[in-house]
Design a protein around this ligand. Structure first.
Ligand code: GLP
Length: 236
């Protein structure tokens, strides 16, 4: 059973998520799987305000756009620095290498899978796409997948174009942890805010387990906490 925490809004949801991470870290979690997007921003705001020391922690991010350099403001490397690492440096922070992935996607993916194997994830943070995708594992992704290059769907490109000047600037593929990597984490925290996520949240929690809704596989994980605001909980 997934545990569902409903909070009034994203500010309170971010605080609830931070409590889980803080408690986990105090209880010995050392490797954190981190995520980007607008959803985790309130969690990271709580994190940077806190006195939590991260010197001893390792982070492994879910994904990166193929072709974007780490200092590109739209890259997920840049996002993580801006929102967390500049203020809370970790011992090691891994984000897939978008430049290497553009040259040799298989090698970049294999290298990343090795990092995940060598550093088993204690707590994995996730957002969710409107179509139920997690990281960039779009509907139809096999539940067995590990890190690889994935093509982004038209809808995801459109949804994420709000961060770019022009829709044509949005990369068309990403290098992304697979569903099997995500499921190997000991504990998973998934956050979702806003009405646009309500249907995906319902399908994930109450719908059938199907590759058409990648997040539905989380029903099989033994330790998942879902943090939603009232709008995202509307269809439950
Ligand atoms: C992208 C990311 C996902 C994220 C999703 C939702 O596709 N790769 O990791 O969960 O967008 O983004 P947002 O949190 O901005 O709604």
């Amino acid at each position: 059973m997934m545990k569902v925490i409903v909070r009034e809004n994203d500010i309170q949801g971010g605080a609830a998520a931070f409590e889980i991470f803080e408690k986990g870290i105090k209880n010995g979690a050392k490797v954190l799987g981190l995520a980007t997007g607008s959803t985790p921003v309130t969690l990271y705001q709580n994190w940077v305000k806190s006195d939590l020391n991260c010197d001893d922690l390792t982070s492994i991010n879910l994904d990166e756009y193929v072709g974007l350099k780490p200092d590109d403001p739209q890259s997920y490397h840049y996002f993580m620095k801006e929102h967390l690492f500049n203020k809370k440096p970790f011992k090691h922070s891994y984000v897939p290498d978008g430049v290497e992935a553009a040259k040799d996607p298989q090698k970049a993916a294999d290298d990343y899978n090795k990092i995940i194997k060598d550093n088993p994830i204690d707590i994995q943070l996730l957002g969710i796409g409107r179509n139920g995708h997690i990281a960039f594992n779009e509907p139809g992704s096999s539940f067995d997948t590990v890190t690889r290059e994935v093509k982004l769907t038209e809808n995801t490109i459109k949804a994420n174009s709000r961060f770019f000047n022009n829709i044509d600037d949005v990369p068309t593929s990403a290098i992304c942890m697979g569903i099997a990597n995500i499921m190997s984490a000991k504990k998973i925290v998934l956050m979702a805010f806003g009405e646009k996520k309500a249907h995906a949240i319902k399908e994930m929690i109450e719908g059938p387990i199907t590759e058409e809704v990648p997040a539905s596989i989380l029903q099989k994980h033994p330790d998942v906490t879902v943090i939603v605001d009232e709008a995202a909980a509307k269809e439950l």
